[in-house]
Design a protein around this ligand. Structure first.
Ligand SMILES: Nc1ncnc2c1ncn2[C@@H]1O[C@H](COP(=O)(O)OP(=O)(O)OP(=O)(O)O)[C@@H](O)[C@H]1O
Length: 697
């Protein structure tokens, strides 16, 4: 480290400043073809800046055009204000002075520092070898669309969209705490400029750039398509091991709906109209994105993306992001299902789709949800932030006989274990093995999540049952009170009134009412007994729930995932010969299958699920029975009141007055107990059952 003539600046051996006043060059954030980006930190204020400068040994070799491009980037960046494009930051004067003393004529680009690295560093993680998770993908798509729409509106084409040019920044307001930003507008240029030139990282460039056609916005559509495919599947879609020139001829010949071309293990060229199967997104979203990729990855720039307006391609993506896709986990078939829904999709419609896909008849489907909804519309269960919102169980059998699907390449390896695979295929085999173990672990975690949700739902139904039970008791008590008032008034009547025919008709009706009430009470009696039995059963389920998870062995799945990811890492980094045979893959896959099989056959888990199904079914029956009584009994009460009113109006004024006087006198006394005459009148109705239930009320 040398102190130079500027006293507050320190420089390294190459004459590059490492410290200017309070500012210290902390580390290199990355470098590309021409530039190198460093992190500068102010030790007093804690401020940070990412400063891009031309590589020191390159500057004198740059052509005039390259110099212009460099200056253009700084110029464009200064005028840009978009949350998904890295922000230009004016350099503090002292730092500017210190740095420019040692830098060339080329301007420095000072930007906000995005501390979470670039998208490439996320993609190279072994657990992402077959693509990122859905939520992350949706965030990236949304952020890139926002940035590109903005640039295109300003008539600027980025021309170098690739994972290295997407950086991650912390963001408190985002659910995942991350925002994605585009960097490197070094190749961006105003639309309507001259024909395309070779710029950018070749693998992401639109084909017309290689054949020197006019460069339009559609080059960004192509690169965006390649990036989106890569974040979903983990590899680029078109012959990812070929150079762009090698793939060009094949791209030219590809039909419009082809969104990927791959060499098979035996050297055949395979064309795909769908995403590679080894990815982590739901089927519903996958189909929508496949359709979009068909317009983004159209070979002809004239046809690519533009339908009837220039932002059509972004509008389609935005529409996809707004779609409501409900995620369902079927415990019976141990799989994830996904369905596109809207505000008017009925839950019964979704159940119909589930029935079609899982073969669980609707009447045997038991639906548990992460969020509670009594709505008949499926939308009540939709939650954008939650990966699964509905769990479906088969009341009749915990699990179907499940055959686990292996990735196609692994199947080929197992069927032809003597085949010598090329190194590229072996790498892919390890990636698919890691994908397979990750997927199986996700399915097993889904099952655990399902069981937890089912238990929570059962508890909610039980609480509802208790509430309904208490309400029903109140309703029945109220009815009994009405009866008491009725009898009470009856007590005060003279014999003459009893002979009144109209009145005796009312009495008959009353007797009828009481008989109906006796029936209600009889049902309630059964409810009491059933509820007690269920309470016992529920206590057992509660205790079993705590041990039901012991069969899951998620720790063992985790170590299998770790092992598979370590192998992916090793084969990508240093190509060890120990991994070239298929035995390691065979072991990981068979250990995973064994673990899953043990879980699905676990007798405790199976009987636990059966017991929950039984409780659930019984509770549902009980609740609907109570709901029925809950509506019948108030009606009985109303009818009784009506009878009372009729009775009173059939009495003369004198009798009514007498009745009221007596009522006042007997106020607060339990008439049913005290009055012998009334007890006689209703003794037929107050049979043993009835009295037992009255006591229990
Ligand atoms: N603002 C920033 N915050 C954090 N890291 C950054 C920032 N800007 C750039 N980087 C890192 O530096 C790397 C190189 O930056 P950049 O792409 O701008 O250089 P380049 O020389 O123009 O590259 P290319 O060869 O693609 O033209 C990026 O991939 C990224 O990892």
């Amino acid at each position: 480290m040398f102190k130079q003539n500027n006293p507050s600046t320190l420089v390294d051996i190459n004459g590059e400043p490492t410290s200017v006043g309070d500012w210290k060059r902390e580390k290199e954030l990355g470098s590309g073809g021409f530039g190198v980006v460093h992190l500068w930190l102010n030790k007093t204020t804690g401020d940070s800046l990412a400063i891009k400068k031309c590589k020191w040994n390159l500057e004198s070799h740059l052509t005039e055009k390259q110099r212009e491009r460099w200056k253009a980037e700084v110029g464009i960046m200064e005028g840009i204000r978009n949350e998904n494009i890295v922000a230009y930051c004016k350099m503090p004067e002292d730092l500017q002075r210190g740095l420019s003393y040692y830098s060339s004529q080329l301007p420095l680009l000072s930007m906000e520092y995005c501390r979470l690295g670039n998208l490439r560093s996320v993609l190279v993680k072994p657990e992402n070898c077959c693509g990122l998770r859905e939520m992350e993908i949706l965030c990236i798509i949304s952020d890139l669309v926002n940035a590109l729409k903005y640039l295109h509106k300003l008539n600027v084409i980025h021309r170098d969209i690739k994972p290295e040019n997407v950086v991650l920044q912390l963001c408190d307001t985002r659910p995942r705490g991350v925002i994605y930003k585009l960097i490197d507008l070094g190749y961006a240029k105003e639309i309507d400029s001259e024909t395309a030139s070779f710029v950018g990282t070749l693998q992401y460039l639109a084909p017309e750039i290689f054949i020197k056609q006019k460069c339009t916005k559609t080059v960004d559509y192509w690169s965006l398509g390649i990036v989106i495919f890569e974040i979903i599947c983990g590899i680029r879609p078109f012959l990812h091991t070929f150079t762009p020139w090698q793939s060009l001829a094949h791209l030219e010949k590809k039909p419009s709906d082809v969104i990927a071309i791959q060499l098979t293990y035996n050297g055949r060229m395979e064309f795909f109209t769908q995403l590679f199967k080894e990815n982590h997104i739901n089927m519903c979203l996958a189909h929508l994105i496949e359709k979009w990729l068909q317009i983004a990855l159209e070979f002809s720039p004239d046809l690519r993306g533009s339908y009837n307006h220039c932002d059509y391609i972004f509008a389609v993506l935005e529409e996809i992001l707004l779609k409501k896709i409900i995620m369902v986990y079927s415990v019976y078939t141990c799989e994830f299902l996904s369905y596109e829904i809207n505000e008017s999709t009925l839950l019964s419609t979704v159940q119909g789709w589930i029935g079609r896909d899982t073969k669980i008849p609707i009447m045997d489907q038991c639906i548990a949800a992460t969020q509670h909804s009594d709505s008949i519309y499926a939308i009540g269960y939709y939650n954008k932030e939650s990966p699964i919102t509905l769990f479906v169980f088969n009341r009749c059998a915990p699990f179907a006989s499940i055959t686990t699907q292996l990735p196609a390449l692994i199947k080929i390896l197992f069927e032809n274990c003597k085949t010598e695979f090329k190194f590229g295929t072996i790498k892919q085999l390890y990636a698919h093995t890691a994908f397979f173990v990750l997927r199986e672990m996700r399915l097993v975690s889904g099952l655990k999540f399902a069981i937890t949700s089912q238990f929570n739902c059962l508890q909610t139904i039980f609480d509802k049952c208790n509430l309904q039970y208490a309400q029903l008791r109140e309703v029945l008590k109220k009815f009994l009170c009405e009866v008491e008032v009725y009898n009470y008034q009856d007590l005060s009547l003279s014999a003459k009134v009893y002979e009144d025919t109209n009145y005796s008709q009312i009495l008959e009706q009353f007797d009828g009412q009481m008989r109906r009430f006796a029936q209600v009470v009889e049902i309630f009696n059964k409810i009491v007994l059933r509820r007690e039995a269920l309470l016992e059963k529920f206590k057992r389920v509660e205790a079993a729930n705590r041990v039901a998870f012991r069969a899951f062995h998620l720790d063992k799945f985790e170590s299998l995932v770790q092992g598979a990811c370590d192998d992916v890492n090793a084969i990508n980094m240093y190509n060890p010969s120990s991994l070239t045979g298929g035995s390691k893959i065979f072991k990981i896959v068979s250990d995973t299958l064994k673990l899953k099989d043990l879980l699905l056959r676990d007798s405790f888990l199976v009987s636990y699920l059966r017991c929950v199904s039984y409780c659930w079914k019984e509770l549902e029956k009980l609740n609907s029975c109570m709901a029925g009584l809950g509506t019948t009994t108030p009606q009985l009460t109303l009818d009784l009141r009506q009878l009372q009113a009729e009775k009173l109006s059939s009495l003369s004024d004198m009798h009514r007055k007498k009745a009221n006087r007596t009522q006042a006198a007997f106020n607060g006394v339990n008439v049913l107990e005290e009055n012998v005459a009334i007890r006689y009148r209703f003794q037929e109705l107050m049979d043993a059952k009835f009295r037992r239930i009255s006591e229990c009320l």
